[in-house]
Design a binder for this molecule. Structure first.
Ligand code: HEC
Length: 189
């Protein structure tokens, strides 16, 4: 009788230990999962002064963060008198380093393949960017026009998506006027 009671007590004890052990393992696994989730969802703190690399709505990703690229013009380009082809006040940026396109302080031409030139324009009287014009130099894309691909986007509200209004043919005619400086009117200041 006594032996039986001891046996029963021992097995209850064993079961209890097993249950406690299991609960601990479960708990630490849960903690692990919480840890993993925290790692996965914790936002990455942006570097101080870094420009968030997100393209304006409707624009392709390769121009995301263009505002941080080399700006060709020192001062904003005012609307051209007597017919402004890209209506507005403009800035022109390129995804090249100053040393790469002006190795001795003087700009050299042509631009290297892979160059992207972005022009933004604030429409007259508006305080948001209403126009984005892009020239991309893609090797083998159009030898007749120095391999530049042209495209222009516009929008009519600060939170609206940009959409394409014109490309290539309409642009060449005018930009061919500055063929000697590789089709890009704005020179590095
Ligand atoms: C009637 C002439 C004309 C037409 C057409 C034209 N552009 Fe321009 N573009 C200019 C001028 C002039 C500039 C110089 C900056 C300014 O005054 O806006 C310029 C500037 C630019 C720039 C900045 C680099 C640079 O050359 O200074 C880009 C990018 C650009 N145009 C893209 C386009 C695209 C894309 C099209 C076609 C959809 C186009 N342009 C059609 C005259 C024209």
């Amino acid at each position: 009788m006594r032996e039986q009671a001891l046996k029963a007590f021992a097995s209850i004890w064993l079961l209890l230990c097993f249950a406690i052990f299991n609960a601990c393992v479960e708990e630490s696994r849960v903690e692990e999962i919480i840890d993993e989730t925290e790692i996965a969802t914790e936002p990455v703190a942006p570097e101080e002064g870094a420009i968030p690399v997100v393209a304006l709505p409707g624009l392709p990703n390769d121009v995301a963060g263009y505002e941080g690229w080399l700006k060709l013009n020192a001062e904003p380009i005012p609307p051209a008198a007597g017919g402004d082809p890209h209506r507005g006040t403009k800035n022109v940026y390129v995804n090249q380093a100053r040393d790469a396109i002006a190795p001795n302080g003087e700009q050299v031409f042509p631009y290297p393949h892979g160059s992207i030139v972005v022009k933004e324009a604030y429409r007259p009287g508006k305080d948001y960017i209403g126009l984005i014009a892009i020239m991309r130099k893609i090797a083998g894309s159009d030898a007749e026009h120095n391999d530049w691909k042209f495209v222009e986007y516009t929008r009519n509200a600060p939170d609206a998506e940009f959409s394409i209004i014109a490309a290539d043919g309409i642009c060449w005619g005018c930009h061919a006027r500055v063929e000697d400086i590789d089709y890009v009117f704005t020179e590095l200041d």
